[in-house]
Write a protein that binds this ligand. Structure first.
Ligand SMILES: *[C@@H]1O[C@H](CO)[C@@H](O)[C@H](O)[C@H]1NC(C)=O
Ligand SMILES: *[C@@H]1O[C@H](CO)[C@@H](O)[C@H](O)[C@H]1NC(C)=O
Ligand SMILES: *[C@@H]1O[C@H](CO)[C@@H](O)[C@H](O)[C@H]1NC(C)=O
Ligand SMILES: [Zn+2]
Length: 295
C-alpha cells in the first residue's frame, strides 16, 4: 500500500517552525485545491506559475521561510494575532486590543485583509500578486492554529512541555507534534492522504452538515477583516477548551503525548478541515471577483 511505502521514509530532523508545520499547511492546501472551482484552479495556477495539482501545496510554507530573510522580516508579526485574553477563564479576540500596528496591519487578520485586497487590485504588478497569493494561502492556515491567536507566553512558545519524552514547547506541539504523530510523517504524500480523508469528511462524512451550515457563515469578500476575525475567534476558543483547559499549570513540564494528544486530535482535524474549506471558498470568491473586473 502506498501509505505504508511513504511510512518507511526516514524521519529526518524537523526544522523548528513557527506555524502549523509543513504537514498542516500542505494538508490545508491540498484540501483547498480539491474543493475550488475549475476557473479558480486556472486563475491561481497562473498567478502561482504552476499548472500541476500541487500549485497550492508547493507554496503553502513559503511565508515561513520568507519571514527569516532580510526582505521578509516585516512579515513576521503577520503570522498571528496576540489575543490578550485570559485562558482558560475567558477567551476572545479583539481587533483593536490584539492587532499590533496603527492601521490594523500588524497581525494576521489585517494581513489577510491586505493581501486579499492586493489580489483584487488589477493594477498591481505580477510579482506582488504572486506574493499576495502565497501569503493568503499560508495565513488562512495559520489563523486556524489556536496558538496563533493567543498572546500568553508568546503563543505557548515559552511554555516548556514534554512530548514522547522529549523536551519541547506547547506551540511546537500544536504546530507539529500532534499532527505528525497522528498522521505518521510530514512530507507531501502524507499531506495528500490526510487531505483526501478530510475532504471526504467535508463532502460526505462527519463534517458535512457543519461545512454546509456553519463553517462558511460570515464569510464576506467585501469585509475580509470581519471574516478573518470569525476564523480567529473559533481557533482562539479552542485555547480555552482544548489547548489550556487547566491553564498553564496543566501543561507545564507535563507529558502531552497521552490523553492530551488524544483529546487534541479531533480538534486539530476539524480546524485543518475548516481551514481547507475556507481557503477554497475564499480563493473562489477572489477569482470570481477578479475575473469579473477584467471583463
Ligand atoms: C510545479 O509543481 C511541480 C510538482 O511539485 C514541481 O515539480 C515543479 O517544479 C513546479 N513548477 C514550477 C514552475 O514551479
Ligand atoms: C497593504 O499594506 C500596505 C503597507 O502598509 C499599504 O500601503 C497598502 O495600501 C495595503 N493594501 C491594501 C489593499 O490594504
Ligand atoms: C483515512 O481514512 C481511512 C478510513 O476512514 C483510515 O483507515 C485511514 O487511516 C485514514 N488515513 C489518514 C492518513 O488519516
Ligand atoms: Zn506561519
Amino acid at each position: 500500500m502506498k501509505f505504508h511505502q511513504v511510512h518507511l521514509l526516514p524521519l529526518l530532523c524537523l526544522p523548528s517552525s513557527k506555524a502549523w508545520g509543513t504537514l498542516g499547511h500542505t494538508t490545508v492546501a491540498y484540501i483547498a485545491s480539491s474543493l475550488v472551482s475549475p476557473p479558480t484552479t486556472l486563475f491561481f495556477q497562473s498567478i502561482l506559475y504552476n499548472d500541476t495539482e500541487h500549485y497550492l501545496a508547493n507554496i503553502a510554507t513559503w511565508a515561513d521561510s520568507f519571514r527569516y530573510t532580510a526582505a521578509g522580516r516585516f512579515s513576521a508579526p503577520l503570522h498571528f494575532i496576540d489575543a490578550r485574553d485570559d485562558p482558560p477563564r475567558s477567551c476572545g479576540v479583539q481587533m483593536k486590543r490584539d492587532c499590533g500596528g496603527s492601521e490594523g496591519e500588524g497581525c494576521i487578520v489585517g494581513a489577510i485583509a491586505n493581501y486579499t485586497g492586493q489580489l483584487l487590485d488589477p493594477n498591481i504588478p505580477f510579482w506582488k500578486r504572486n506574493m499576495a497569493a502565497k501569503f493568503v494561502v499560508h495565513f488562512l492556515g495559520d489563523i486556524h492554529q489556536p496558538l496563533h491567536t493567543e498572546a500568553l507566553l508568546r503563543g505557548g512558545n515559552s511554555i516548556p512541555v514534554l512530548f514522547g519524552g522529549k523536551a519541547t514547547n506547547l506551540h511546537h506541539v500544536w504546530d507539529t507534534s500532534i499532527p505528525e504523530t497522528h498522521i505518521g510523517g510530514y512530507g507531501h504524500p502524507f499531506a495528500q492522504l490526510w487531505a483526501a480523508n478530510l475532504t471526504d469528511s467535508i463532502l460526505h462524512g462527519v463534517y458535512r452538515s457543519q461545512a454546509e451550515n456553519e463553517w462558511l457563515e460570515g464569510m464576506d469578500l467585501q469585509d475580509p477583516e470581519s471574516s478573518a476575525l470569525i476564523w480567529a475567534g473559533e481557533s482562539n476558543a479552542a485555547v480555552c477548551s482544548t489547548v489550556l483547559p487547566q491553564g498553564q499549570g496543566g501543561v507545564e513540564d507535563v507529558e502531552l503525548s497521552g490523553k492530551y494528544f488524544e483529546d487534541a486530535v479531533p480538534v486539530v482535524e476539524s480546524l485543518i478541515a475548516r481551514a481547507g474549506l475556507r481557503l477554497a471558498k475564499w480563493l473562489d470568491l477572489i477569482a470570481l471577483a477578479a475575473v469579473r473586473d477584467e471583463l
